[in-house]
Write a protein that binds this ligand. Structure first.
Ligand code: SDX
Length: 427
């Protein structure tokens, strides 16, 4: 086995080197503290691996992304979101009977307990749907107490997973209906996952609603592209919360909250707000690029840059093409798409972005595609969560199957050294 040597205060230590199936190398520091008394420090975990994983491989330099070895370009073109969900969670593409059972179970679990409708009454009219999603997913663990057991049987785990994949689409669609003051639409078992979500989102009780196949296909594609992304902020949150043996619902609720941040999944909403601002202020993309480069300005070009991709984000490329074709097929155009393309062109020829390897990420065009299929801006991050759900579940399941210990990082203390209490009169 290859070893790394570390010299500390004239003492030489040997640490094992781990190599992944794609040639990635890591120094295993599991025993570092017990052998040397030292820990490592890596704010934001830029050089720290938290786990071995077999779910998703991405190569930031090559702009490569594969789910269980399958390139996302092939899955986006040939697969369905629920088939990809099965692949991520169980590790293999399902056989026909396996897919049939998975889809049927999910279809039959899309209803949520009638008492959960009362939660919606309590939110303010303009409640952000991510806040509703996080709390209602957490609340699912109270309606299904068996999900709280730290030792669930495989069947209980499978049922809990199917319930979650089914009910999140209903919870998400109903949060949108509630935000408009519209009546909620119950799920229809005769519809596919994507068609059903679009139905619950856009149908009205006063008229028949026909799902547009172009829109449904675009939704299927964008959900697949969001399905997993290895140890990103929200997936790591799910693993962290799940490592204490909190229920799957509690861990996923934590992941939803982490995704909500504007530096992570919340960026897709911020991108549209940024593009709209450029449009409202006369379309001057150079001004926005200048603002993004100004260190005295905390503004960042939303939808640009990535912790791992130091080349193009393969998902952004596919979403950009899909947005073009959906807008063409629907016979509509979106001025924000033209502004986005101009912004991309200006930024990618600018030294500041080039030397920092800042390219459009998954969030840069996704908002325009969501708009093209009729999804409102405040629902964009909910769409990201809906897409990422199978990935979060897969990461949680892998962590449990590997019997990983509770996550509990160390720290370097930089506060006051010991001192005695001073009574208030003497302060
Ligand atoms: C997602 O991790 C994942 O996989 C996430 C995700 C997934 O699928 O789960 O891919 C989804 O979250 C995509 C990212 C969405 N967020 C945004 O679009 C927000 C804007 N992007 C940035 O905030 C930033 O690029 C991050 C958060 C995405 C990455 O930040 P890093 O890796 O911590 O990089 P950094 O902040 O250290 O930046 C390095 C340099 C800095 O400049 P210097 O100090 O070196 O001079 O690049 C600059 C930053 O100021 N920079 C930007 C910028 N992003 C980085 N400058 C202007 N605009 C930006 N968008």
């Amino acid at each position: 086995m290859t070893k790394a040597t570390l010299k500390i205060e004239n003492q030489v230590y040997e640490l094992p080197v781990v190599e992944g199936t794609e040639g990635e190398k890591a120094i295993d520091i599991t025993k570092l503290r017990s052998e040397t008394g030292y820990i490592t420090l890596d704010s934001g975990y830029k050089s720290t691996g938290s786990t071995r994983s077999a779910i998703t491989f991405l190569n930031g330099e090559e702009g490569m992304l594969r789910y269980r070895g399958y390139p996302i370009e092939q899955l986006a073109k040939k697969s369905t979101f629920l088939e990809v969900a099965y692949l991520l969670i169980y590790g293999e593409l399902p056989t026909e009977p396996e897919l049939e059972e998975f889809v049927t179970k999910i279809t039959r679990h899309t209803l949520i307990h009638e008492d959960m409708k009362k939660f919606y009454e309590g939110y303010p009219a303009k409640a952000h749907p991510m806040g509703i999603l996080a709390s209602l997913i957490g609340a699912l663990s109270t309606f299904y107490p068996e999900s709280q057991k730290s030792e669930m049987t495989p069947d209980e785990i499978d049922l809990t997973i199917r319930r979650l994949l089914a009910k999140v689409s209903t919870i998400a669609a109903w949060s949108y209906k509630k935000s408009l003051g519209f009546p909620i639409m119950y799920p229809q078992n005769r519809l596919s996952f994507c068609d059903n979500f679009l139905y619950m989102l856009f149908a009205q009780p006063t008229e028949t609603y026909e799902v547009n196949p172009v829109v449904s296909d675009a939704l299927n594609k964008i959900l697949i592209l969001h399905a997993d992304h290895e140890q990103n902020c929200s997936s790591s949150t799910v693993r962290m919360a799940g490592s204490s043996q909190a229920s799957l619902y509690a861990a996923i609720s934590a992941g939803v909250c982490a995704l909500w941040g504007p530096l992570h999944g919340g960026a897709n909403q911020k991108v549209i707000e940024m593009l709209q601002q450029i449009k409202d202020e006369g379309g001057d993309v150079d001004k926005m690029v200048k603002k993004a480069k100004d260190k005295s300005d905390e503004f960042r070009m939303m939808g640009f840059g990535h912790r791992v991709y130091k080349n193009f984000d393969p998902r952004a490329e596919i979403i950009k093409k899909s947005t073009d074709s959906v807008l063409k097929e629907l016979g509509s155009n979106d001025p924000l798409l033209d502004i986005a393309k101009q912004l991309e062109e200006v930024a990618l020829s600018d030294e500041y972005f080039i030397e920092r390897n800042l390219y459009p990420n998954v969030d840069f065009y996704s908002g325009i595609l969501y708009r093209a299929i009729g999804i409102p801006t405040e629902m964009f991050t909910v769409m990201f969560a809906l897409g990422r759900l199978p990935g979060w579940i897969a990461q949680w399941k892998e962590m449990r199957d590997d019997n990983q210990p509770i996550s509990r990082p160390r720290q370097v203390y930089i506060g006051e050294t010991t001192r005695d209490y001073v009574s208030i009169e003497d302060r």
